[in-house]
Design a protein around this ligand. Structure first.
Ligand SMILES: C[S@@+](CC[C@H](N)C(=O)[O-])C[C@H]1O[C@@H](n2cnc3c(N)ncnc32)[C@H](O)[C@@H]1O
Length: 210
C-alpha cells in the first residue's frame, strides 16, 4: 500500500496458538503463499476460520483459490483444517493459497484477474463513527472491479441489513452492476453468531459493466 489505508479489520491476534498451529504457521504458511505466476481464479476476502475457502477449494479442484485474512488465529485454524495428522496438506486442499494480511496489499498490484471474488460477512462496523472502516466502500469495490476477469463476479453476503443498504449505495459510485440472485452458500462461523439478529443474510452479486 503506498498511501496509508484505513484499517478495516479488528484484532490481529487472539489467544496463544497451540504448538501445532504455531508450527503450521512457521512451516506450512510460507509454502502456500500466493504466486503471481500461477493462474489464480478465485479469491475469498476475510475468510475468518476458513470454512468457506475449504468449501470452494473442494468444489473447484482445478482452480487455485486464494484466501486473505489478517487475523492470525483464523489463518492458523484454516491451516489446521487443511493439514492431516502428519501436518501434510490434504489432497483436496492443495489448490488453496493463503495471504495472511490486508487483501489490499495484493490487489493494489493489479496483477490478478479473478473469475470469483467472495466477501462473506465483512465486519459491519455498525457505529457511525466507525463507518469509514467498512471494507466495501466505492473505492474498494473499484479496486475489486480492476482485479476481475471479463465476466467475473463479486459475491457478497451480510446479515447486517444496514450495511447491505450502504454497500448498494457504494456500488452506485462504481462501474459495477448488481445482480440480485442469491447463491447457495454454507453458513460461516460469523453467520452462525448472527450478531445483527436478522432473519437471514442478504446477498449481492456484482459484475463489471462492459
Ligand atoms: C466478521 S468477520 C467474517 C469472517 C468469515 N467470512 C465468516 O463469515 O465467518 C470479517 C473478517 O474480515 C477480515 N478482514 C477485514 N478487513 C480485511 C482486509 N482488508 N483484508 C482481508 N481481510 C479482512 C477480518 O479480519 C475478519 O476476520
Amino acid at each position: 500500500m503506498e498511501k496509508q489505508e484505513i484499517r478495516t479489520f479488528g484484532r490481529r491476534h487472539g489467544k496463544k496458538l497451540s504448538v501445532r498451529k504455531a508450527w503450521l504457521m512457521e512451516n506450512i504458511l510460507p509454502k502456500i503463499a500466493p504466486n503471481e505466476s500461477e493462474n489464480t481464479e478465485i479469491l475469498e476476502i476475510g475468510f475468518g476460520a476458513g470454512e468457506h475457502v475449504r468449501e470452494i477449494a473442494i468444489a473447484n479442484p482445478d482452480k487455485i483459490v486464494i484466501g486473505a485474512e489478517p487475523f492470525v488465529n483464523g489463518v492458523a485454524a484454516l491451516l489446521s483444517a487443511i493439514c492431516d495428522d502428519d501436518n501434510k496438506i490434504k489432497d483436496e486442499y492443495k489448490n488453496i493459497r493463503v495471504w495472511p494480511d490486508d487483501v489490499r496489499l495484493i490487489l493494489n498490484k493489479n496483477t490478478y484477474r479473478f473469475s470469483e471474488i467472495w466477501v462473506l460477512h465483512p465486519d459491519p462496523w455498525p457505529k457511525a463513527r466507525h463507518e469509514k472502516r467498512r471494507l466495501l466502500s466505492g473505492e474498494f469495490l473499484n479496486l475489486l472491479s480492476k482485479n476481475l476477469a471479463t465476466g467475473g463476479k463479486i459475491i457478497i453476503g451480510t446479515d447486517h441489513w444496514g450495511y447491505y443498504d450502504w454497500i448498494v449505495d457504494q456500488v452506485s459510485k462504481t462501474n459495477l452492476k448488481i445482480n440480485q440472485n442469491a447463491p447457495e452458500i454454507i453458513k460461516t462461523r460469523y453467520q452462525t453468531k448472527n450478531m445483527a439478529k436478522t432473519s437471514e443474510p442478504k446477498y449481492l452479486i456484482l459484475t463489471n459493466v462492459n
